[in-house]
Design a protein around this ligand. Structure first.
Ligand SMILES: [Mg+2]
Length: 416
């Protein structure tokens, strides 16, 4: 496991100065944002079964796009934002939305934030959200906001010389005198490989949906049966349909899979089908429904909660509005007795799960190669803790504990 190297700009004395200044006054003069760069990372190429193998999806209705995600999924990869302050502290954050998101960050959000104190995360989030409302609210603009917000939290941590999870409230579970440990579940279809890697929980991705007829139903069931067999009894097995089903199919499939003791059914419907999710939850009271990776902001999650759509909420911390918004989502979820398990995994997710009692575990997606290799979720960073025996141990590194990987290359598509 590699721990992120110290930022070369972060000399010890400078950080102490920043700490003293930063927490003695917050009038906007102690620290200023002097630059924001939106970067597109290109890590060494790695193949992924996620885009090469068949998977149920919202495009499954169209035969020409039903076989692989790579046949239709546009380029909306993760973006990285670097925020530089006049104190020399540089924060990095991950967001989404690819090149269009970089344009929003550099040309719209950056002018709003320059010269402001990066630690005023509530104010800056509100400015970004309100300014993008005419074309925003969900999707790309909120992914852009997320990237900046996450970088601002990195600055707060580096300035205070504390990991972000400490700023978020500290450890919410585990013994206080030991480093935080986060329990993980394995996302991937190679169930036979995960128990020997220490994972006792697995989520598999369904390959077929309503357009594949009875044969698809049988194949889905065979996949889940094989996964349960490989995992053994009493271990959590989850099923993800990635927006590829509809209400009748989800009910029929869930009834058929009930004998395999499914812990949750994830995202069977289109994200906007709030009524459909509520119907599933009413009709399948013995099954948890999980969704939210394609939902945005407190307002979107409020809709999911109020309409009774889910038992488990899965905000993506690089898409949903960033850490500031995810905190609000977690608070709402907790008051309604729901769990929050962020989408995908990675350093931000592990810090967030550490700090929130409403988050029992984190996801770790086996996203590279054939789905059996443990590799960083975000390969363009260095410092991301990697799973050992089905859990990660968080380092005591300030901020997110991440730096840009020297093995990755970064371009800046819309420099300002
Ligand atoms: Mg999912």
């Amino acid at each position: 496991m590699r721990i992120g190297a110290a930022n070369p700009l972060d000399s010890g004395s400078r950080r102490k100065d920043a700490f003293m200044q930063g927490f003695m006054c917050s009038d906007g003069s102690a620290m200023r944002i002097v630059d924001i760069e939106a970067l597109m990372p290109a890590a060494p190429a790695r193949s992924s079964w996620l885009v090469a193998e068949r998977m149920a999806s919202p495009m499954s209705a169209y035969p020409e796009y039903a076989e692989t995600r790579s046949s239709w999924q546009g380029m909306v990869p993760r973006t990285v934002v670097r925020v530089t302050t006049d104190e020399g502290i540089v924060g990095i954050g991950v967001g989404g939305g690819g090149v269009p998101s970089c344009h929003i960050i550099e040309h719209h959000l950056k002018p709003l934030l320059l010269d402001r104190d990066p630690r005023d995360t509530e104010l800056l989030w509100d400015l970004m959200f309100r300014a993008t409302l005419p074309y925003g609210r969900k999707g790309l603009p909120i992914m852009a906001v997320s990237a900046i917000d996450n970088a601002l939290w990195d600055i707060k941590g580096r300035a205070a010389e504390l990991p972000v999870y400490v700023l978020l409230g500290g450890k919410s579970k585990g013994p206080s005198h030991k480093p935080p440990r986060v329990q993980l579940y394995a996302s991937g279809n190679r169930t036979d490989a995960y128990p020997s890697l220490g994972f006792s929980r697995n989520k598999v991705f369904m390959r077929y949906g309503p357009h594949d007829g009875p044969e698809g139903v049988r194949k889905n069931e065979a996949q889940v049966a094989a996964a349960r067999q490989a995992l053994g009894p009493d271990r959590l097995l989850m099923v993800d349909a990635w927006m590829g089903w509809d209400v009748p199919y989800a009910i029929a499939m869930a009834e058929r899979l009930r004998q395999y003791d499914i812990y949750w059914l994830e995202e069977p419907l289109l994200p906007d089908d709030y009524d459909g999710y509520a119907t599933l939850r009413r009709r399948l009271p013995w099954l948890r429904i999980a969704c939210g990776e394609h939902e945005y902001t407190r307002y979107g999650f409020h809709e999911l909660i109020q309409r009774g759509c889910a038992d488990v909420l899965q905000p993506d911390l690089a898409w949903c509005g960033g850490i500031s918004e995810a905190r609000r989502i977690a608070a709402m979820a907790e008051t309604h007795g729901l769990q929050v398990i962020p989408h995908i995994g990675g350093a931000l997710s592990y810090a967030f799960v550490t700090a929130h009692a409403v988050c029992p575990m984190a996801e770790f997606i086996f996203g590279s190669g054939d789905g059996t290799a443990i590799a960083p979720i975000h390969p363009f960073f260095e410092g991301e803790p990697l799973p050992e025996r089905g859990e990660v141990v968080l380092p005591n590194t300030p901020g997110w504990g991440l730096d840009l990987s020297p093995e990755a290359t970064f371009t800046r598509p819309h420099p300002t």
